[in-house]
Write a protein that binds this ligand. Structure first.
Ligand code: OGA
Ligand code: MN
Length: 300
């Protein structure tokens, strides 16, 4: 019998009583879907499934993103990416520094991200202490406590999101050795505009939909005003009461909601301390139409 146990605080729950290597019943899926909206991050312990099952489970939530030209994926399965510092000889087998800044995935797409699904195949441990945690912040809980003047000021506003903005920040400020995006990659992902606030398709609550990683500016105001507004929003969301840290255990499968949370991969382990995650990135095509209007969910 499926069981959802909320963690302390506003974010996170542990889900037991399901076997994710098997197709899920509609009832169990609906329970998971609702819990995802309400708790933002769900941990399924002892579910070390491999790529085919990971893909099958992830596809219940929507279409999967495939990054054209990325070498970091499961052989023959471009929907399953590998995040890892592990090397095969001289060759990196995965993206070694994914997510090492506060962000939410795929806001730089026209069709934005909905859910990430990660399963921990290797977790760095030093002197008995687990490293390489993933931190989360709830933009849904944060909206509920946003000062009214900020809400009034930004209601109806849009912001510009750009993959290249993040990419260059990682190269310039975080010591990333990733090569610049090619002209072709930049052309495939031009800057896009999205509303600053969205209505969450599962809970019906408002969320703050800008993030430090990909949001370059608030549209229609001066650069200094935009910087100031973004700084206020970011500082508000990152307050401790909206946050949750997930420390990985081998075989944890974690799913999180990209519409109502941000995340940050803590880079506190060395290149010789192996970390390996397999991941599917689910797009929001089952929950939104092209203008963020909610679709009727026959799935939940
Ligand atoms: C991601 C990401 C975080 C991590 O999967 O989008 O940012 O801790 N990863 O690996
Ligand atoms: Mn990410």
């Amino acid at each position: 019998m499926i069981r959802v146990t909320p963690h302390d605080g506003l974010l996170g729950a542990t889900v037991t009583g399901v076997d994710l290597s098997q197709p899920l019943s509609d009832g169990d899926f609906a329970t998971i879907f609702r819990a995802l909206g309400e708790r933002g991050v769900l941990r399924f312990p002892q579910q070390m499934i491999d790529a085919p099952e990971l893909k099958q489970f992830s596809e219940r939530f929507g279409s999967l993103q495939v990054v054209k030209g990325s070498p970091y994926h499961e052989p023959g399965m471009p929907e399953v990416s590998i995040l890892s510092n592990v090397k095969d000889g001289d060759r990196q087998i995965g993206l070694p520094d994914a997510g090492q800044e506060w962000h939410t995935d795929m806001t730089y797409n026209t069709l934005v991200g909905f859910v990430n699904v990660l399963v921990a195949h290797r977790v760095p441990v030093r002197d008995g202490v687990t490293l390489g945690a993933t931190e989360f912040a709830s933009t849904q809980a944060a909206y509920a406590e946003l000062p009214v003047d900020l809400i009034q000021r930004l209601e109806g506003a849009t912001a510009t999101h750009d993959l290249n903005f993040y990419w260059e920040h990682m190269r310039r400020d975080k010591g990333s050795t990733r090569p610049p995006l090619t002209a072709e990659q930049r052309k495939a992902r031009p800057p896009v505009q999205h509303p600053v606030f969205l209505t969450h398709p599962i809970t019906g609550k408002r969320v703050i939909y800008v993030n430090p990683g990909f949001t370059e500016r608030i549209d229609g105001v001066s650069p200094s005003e935009s910087d100031d507004l973004l700084a206020q929003l970011f500082e508000h969301v990152l307050q401790p009461r909206f946050r949750y840290t997930h420390r990985w255990t081998l075989g944890d499968l974690l799913i999180w909601d990209h519409l109502g949370t941000w995340h940050y991969a803590v880079p506190d382990y060395r290149p010789d301390e192996p970390r390996l995650m397999k991941r599917c990135q689910v797009l929001a095509d089952k929950v939104f139409d092209a203008r963020f209007r909610q679709r009727t969910l026959e799935m939940a």
